[in-house]
Design a protein around this ligand. Structure first.
Ligand code: GLP
Length: 260
């Protein structure tokens, strides 16, 4: 796991560099896209590069991580819609090439299995963007999630519902209790995982992810078992890292031939 302590702006550029390299290698690369406020700078940077003619996602495909259960199609708070507004609208990817789990399906279990099948048929995810919840969740894999889990229905914790109430006019009662989410086992199959974390509220979760014991108590710790994870964080999120100086030295002295 590589930890890069930098600014949010530089982190967005580095994450966009990783995606651009994947597209250079294969124009049909499969991207894993995340919601939340953290990855927004990456989408803005990708949009800038597309507008400048430096990058094209025309042939790329993308899969979202998760979705609330019970929001009507087109609801502006639904993650499908957030991805459409914040990612798809800024770049030149084909809207039909971007899939999200179906939280409005009549048969949620079948919809989850179908989503897994679609990811596999696409050849798996090449670059997965991730944020992290303050309780250590990735996607919506809350504490207690099986480290081998696949796409399924989960119940949100009180902490996550409170954290996300800001997207529901601070009305906690309006935040759904359930979601469908790629499992930890699903996410672990992505070839390169780029996790972004900004702000003091993420400091403990980031410390656990990088330096804690692997445990379902802090689901993001499963990433310690992944061979290619890049953590891009700011100083505030890094404030509880015990080996922060070592991560800084490592990045400052990175061999020039070695990319993220
Ligand atoms: C939600 C999403 C996660 C995201 C988290 C953090 O719970 N399901 O994928 O990482 O929020 O959001 P933010 O980036 O806004 O802090």
């Amino acid at each position: 796991m590589e930890v890069v302590i930098t600014t949010a702006g530089r982190a967005a550029q580095l994450a966009a560099d990783v995606i651009a390299r994947a597209i250079t290698r294969n124009a049909r690369a499969v991207l894993g896209v995340a919601t939340g406020s953290t990855p927004l700078g990456v989408y803005t940077e990708l949009g800038r590069r597309v507008s400048a003619g430096e990058l094209s996602l025309r042939e790329a495909r993308a899969f979202a991580l998760d979705e609330y259960v019970g929001l009507p199609a087109g609801d502006p708070r639904s993650y499908r819609q957030v991805i459409a507004d914040e990612f798809v609208a800024q770049v030149d990817i084909e809207p039909d090439a971007v899939l999200a789990p179906d939280g409005a399906a009549h048969d949620l279990v079948a919809a989850c299995a179908d989503y897994e099948r679609r990811i596999a048929e696409a050849g798996g995810v090449d670059v997965q963007l991730l944020g992290i919840g303050s309780d250590g969740h990735i996607a919506f894999n809350e504490p207690g999630s099986s480290l081998a889990s696949r796409t399924r229905v989960k119940t949100l914790t009180d902490q996550t519902r409170r954290d996300n109430a800001r997207f529901f006019d601070d009305d906690l009662a309006a935040v759904p209790w359930h979601c469908v989410t790629q499992g930890l086992g699903t996410i672990m199959e992505a070839r390169h995982i780029v996790l972004l974390a900004f702000g003091e509220a993420k400091a403990e979760a980031l410390h656990q992810l990088v330096e804690g014991a692997v445990s379902a108590r802090w689901p993001a710790t499963v990433l310690q078992h992944h061979p290619h994870v890049t953590v891009l964080c700011d100083e505030a999120a890094a404030s509880r890292l015990e080996l922060a100086d070592y991560y800084r030295e490592t990045f400052a002295n990175k061999p020039v031939w070695q990319s993220l």
